[in-house]
Design a binder for this molecule. Sequence first.
Ligand SMILES: [Zn+2]
Ligand SMILES: [Zn+2]
Length: 285
Amino acid sequence: MGKNKLILLGTKGGPVITRDGAWPTSHALVVDGKAYVIDAGLGVTRQYVQAGLTFADLEAVFITHHHSDHNLELGAFIYTAWNAAPPHPISLHGPQGLDHLMRHVLASQDFDIRIRIADEGLADPSMLISWQEFHSGEVYQDDRIRVTACKVSHPPVEECYALKIETSHKTIVFGADTCFYPPLADFAKGADILIHEAMHLGAAKQLCEQNKDIEPNLWAHFSASHTSCEDAGRIATMAECHQLVLNHFVPQIGSLVSRADYEEAVRKTYQGELIIGHDLCEIAL
Ligand SMILES: [Zn+2]
Ligand SMILES: [Zn+2]
């Protein structure tokens, strides 16, 4: 696992999954042989393994905000790491709510934890897994990476953070979920890679029409909380990033909207290097 790379593990926005569709949001960053996971939506555990990553190399997990398409599988992912790797510390970092989430994750598996410690000799997970809540500013630092957070605008979620990860190879900014938010361009200024969410306006309106009986307020949520392709391109142009990677597609690439539709929309406002993300897409650092 020596190569330095970014892997998009899940690239759709929202918690719903479909047959043969993309998984909700998660990413892995491999730096000097160690793995860091950013967001942990449904499917993160399977995709991490499919990407060829090993739990023994997992160092830390970062959660941008507590919408379920970004944290639903955090517990199962960490729990699997505890079962699948020699005992080593793993740290978790996220906004307010992480402590509540992790306490309940471990409490929900109290029976299994006790029985595996007694029966299989596993180490006590509470001695290995630690978690810390963060605000804007410095989040984490080790020998390989430095992580800083910038609050973005994702109403009604108050605590949602873009994350900048600096490595000796490249600087990567994860934009998290956000509406069009120019301060994100300042935060990402000059980064090598900006990963930004993308909503295709025409297709998103169609999706809202299809789902009006289940989620009657969906369009109000989309327009207040997410970023159109054109505005994602504007942020990348303002930030002068070397490469823009689109993810968190609303709607997902499929029957309503194609990769070419996304590319056409973002090209109206951004002319630089562009990757339209897909699950298990690897980007060399
Ligand atoms: Zn989301
Ligand atoms: Zn969200």
